[in-house]
Design a protein around this ligand. Structure first.
Ligand code: NAP
Length: 479
C-alpha cells in the first residue's frame, strides 16, 4: 500500500490534480478510508489528452516488436507481484484474496496475449477485379483512445483494453472507476517500469466522470472510446461519441440465463452454477442472473445449490478461508436487498441466505430463491450480488423464448448431456457467448462480448486488436 501511487499519471509523470482535489478510497470490508487519491477535473483531462495526442505519431511508428516486448515485460512484472497486487485489489474492491490472485493472472494474460498479437498484424495486397488497379491494404492505429473501466475487475478490465491498444500502437487515457483507482495506478507504474514511453498511457482518477470524459469525447482529438460498464452509461457515452464520430467498443451489462435441462448432469450443473453465480460475489457482467431449471429436477438442483451456497464463508477478503467478500458499497448492497424483498413479496421461497448481517462492511450472504415469479424485478435487473433466482420450465422452445426475452445478450449457460440439444439451444440463444456444461467463459484468447444491448465489439481473442486498428487502402495503377 505504501508504495502505491495516488497521483494522476500524465505524460509519464505523477502529478496532483490541477485544483488540488483528492477523493477517498474506501475498504468495503470495514467502511474505513484506505487513502486519498487525486481527483481529476476538466483541466487534468485536457493535459492528459495533450500528452496522448502528442505521443501518438511517434508511438505509431514504433516497431511492433518493441511494443510487444513492453507488454511481455509488464506481464512478467505483474506475475512477479501477484501477492502485492492481489492485496491491493482486495483492499479497495473486497474480493477474497484467492479470487484477487486469480484476477491478477487473468489480467496479466491479456498482456501476454497481446504481446503475441502485436507482431501478427497483417495487411494485404492484390489486383482488383477490373485489372486496372492494385490494392495495398495496411492496418494503422486508430489514434488516441479513451478507456473507461468499472470497479468489479479493477485490474483485468484495464489490461483487456490497454493490452490491445499498446499492441496496435494507440496512445490512451484510462479513467478507472472511482471505487478502485489503486489497481490502475499500480498498473501504470508497472508499465512505466516495463519501458512504456511517456504519454502513451495516461491515467486520470476522478469522481467527476462526466466533467472529465464528455469534453474528450466531443472534442475531436480522441478517436476511440472503449467502455466497460452499465448499459445505461454506455448509451449516454454512445450519444456523446456521435458528435465527433468517435469509434466505440462497448462492453455493457448482462442478464445471463442459466438453463438446466432434465438430462443434465446435476453435479456439473451445480458446480457450474457456483462459478457462474459466485465468481466475484456475483458482481460480474457474466453472472448467472436467471436460473431456468426443468421442473423435474428443480427441487433437487435447488436443494444442492442451497447446500453449497450455505457452506460458503462470508467475511473480509483478506481473512484466510473466506469465500465471499463484501459487496462494493452500501448502494450496491441496498439494491440486492430490494431485489430479494421484491421477489419474496411475489412468492419466492428463500432456501438459504436472504438476510443482511449486522455490523460494518457491505456483506450480503449467499442466497438461493426458489419459485421466483417471472415478473420479479430481478428478472430484468442485474442482481450484481450473491443471489441465485430459480424458475422452472417444462419445454425447450418455451425456455429459449424466456431466456431471450430480455434486451441484453452477453452470455448464456446451458447444461445438458445431449449433443444435439446442446448445439441447437446454444445457437438459438441471443448471446455473444455460451458456457456449455461450464460456468466460466472468460479467457483472454477468446472473443469476449455481447449482442443486443450488452454491447458492440469484442475484447480479447484474435479480433481484440481489430478494435484499435483502422484499414488504409492504397490504390496503385497496374502499368
Ligand atoms: P457504471 O456505473 O456504468 O460505471 C462504469 C464506468 O463508467 C465507471 O468508471 C464510471 O465512473 C464511468 N462513468 C459513469 N458515468 C459516466 C459518464 N457520464 N461519463 C464517463 N464515465 C462515466 O458501471 P459499474 O457499476 O462501475 O460497473 C458495473 C457494470 O459494468 C455492470 O452493468 C456490468 O455488467 C458491467 N460490466 C460489463 C462487462 C463486460 O465486459 N460486458 C464487464 C464488467 C462489468 P463513475 O462511477 O465515477 O461514474
Amino acid at each position: 500500500m505504501t508504495d502505491t501511487p495516488t497521483q494522476l499519471f500524465i505524460g509519464g509523470a505523477w502529478v496532483d490534480a490541477a485544483d488540488g482535489a483528492t477523493m477517498p478510497v474506501d475498504d468495503p470490508a470495514t467502511g474505513e478510508i484506505l487513502c486519498h487519491v487525486a481527483d481529476a477535473g476538466a483541466k487534468d483531462a485536457r493535459l492528459a489528452e495533450d500528452a496522448a495526442v502528442q505521443a501518438q505519431e511517434e508511438w505509431a511508428r514504433t516497431a511492433p516488436r518493441a511494443r510487444s516486448e513492453i507488454l511481455r515485460r509488464a506481464y512478467e512484472i505483474i506475475l512477479d507481484r501477484t501477492d502485492e497486487l492481489a492485496h491491493l485489489m482486495t483492499s479497495e474492491m473486497g474480493k477474497p484474496l484467492a479470487e484477487a490472485r486469480g484476477e491478477v493472472a487473468y489480467a496479466a494474460e491479456f498482456f501476454r496475449w497481446f504481446s503475441e498479437e502485436a507482431v501478427r498484424v497483417e495487411g494485404g495486397n492484390g489486383v482488383l477485379p477490373d485489372g486496372r488497379n492494385r490494392m495495398l491494404l495496411s492496418r494503422r492505429p486508430v489514434g488516441p483512445c479513451l478507456l473507461i473501466t468499472p470497479w468489479n475487475f479493477p485490474l483485468a478490465m484495464g489490461t483487456r483494453k490497454i493490452g490491445p491498444a499498446i499492441a496496435a500502437g494507440c496512445t490512451m487515457i484510462l479513467k478507472p472507476a472511482p471505487q478502485t483507482p489503486l489497481s490502475s495506478l499500480a498498473l501504470a507504474a508497472i508499465l512505466k517500469e516495463a519501458g512504456l514511453p511517456d504519454g502513451v498511457l495516461n491515467v486520470v482518477t476522478t469522481s467527476r466522470a462526466g466533467e472529465v470524459c464528455e469534453p474528450l469525447l466531443r472534442g475531436g482529438r480522441i478517436r476511440k472510446l472503449s467502455f466497460t460498464g452499465s448499459t445505461q452509461v454506455g448509451r449516454l457515452l454512445l450519444a456523446q461519441s456521435a458528435e465527433a464520430v468517435v469509434r466505440t467498443s462497448m462492453e455493457l451489462g448482462g442478464n445471463a440465463p442459466f438453463i438446466v435441462f432434465e438430462d443434465a448432469d446435476l453435479d456439473k450443473a451445480v458446480d457450474g452454477a457456483m462459478v457462474a453465480k459466485m465468481r466475484n460475489m456475483g458482481e460480474a457482467c457474466t453472472a448467472a442472473n436467471r436460473f431456468f431449471v426443468h421442473s423435474s429436477v428443480a427441487e433437487e438442483f435447488g436443494r444442492r445449490l442451497a447446500e453449497r451456497m450455505g457452506a460458503l464463508v462470508v467475511g473480509p477478503g483478506t481473512r484466510d478461508g473466506v469465500d465471499v467478500g463484501p459487496l462494493i458499497d452500501r448502494v450496491g448492497r441496498a439494491k440486492v436487498e430490494e431485489l430479494v424483498a421484491d421477489a419474496v413479496e411475489r412468492g419466492a421461497r428463500v432456501l438459504v441466505g436472504g438476510r443482511t448481517p449486522e455490523g460494518a462492511g457491505c456483506f450480503y450472504p449467499p442466497t438461493v430463491l426458489m419459485d421466483v415469479a417471472s415478473d420479479s424485478r430481478l428478472m430484468d435487473t442485474e442482481i450484481f450480488g450473491p443471489v441465485a433466482a430459480i424458475l422452472t420450465f417444462d419445454d425447450e422452445d418455451e425456455v429459449i423464448r424466456r431466456a431471450n426475452d430480455t434486451p441484453w445478450g452477453l452470455v448464456g449457460y446451458v447444461f445438458t448431456e445431449g449433443l444435439d440439444r446442446a448445439l441447437s439451444v446454444s445457437e438459438r440463444l441471443e448471446v455473444g457467448m455460451v458456457g456449455l456444461n461450464t460456468g466460466l467463459v472468460s479467457n483472454p484468447a477468446a472473443p469476449f462480448g455481447g449482442v443486443k444491448q450488452s454491447g458492440l465489439g469484442r475484447e480479447g481473442g484474435r479480433v481484440g486488436i481489430d478494435e484499435f486498428l483502422e484499414y488504409q487502402y492504397l490504390a496503385v495503377p497496374v502499368r
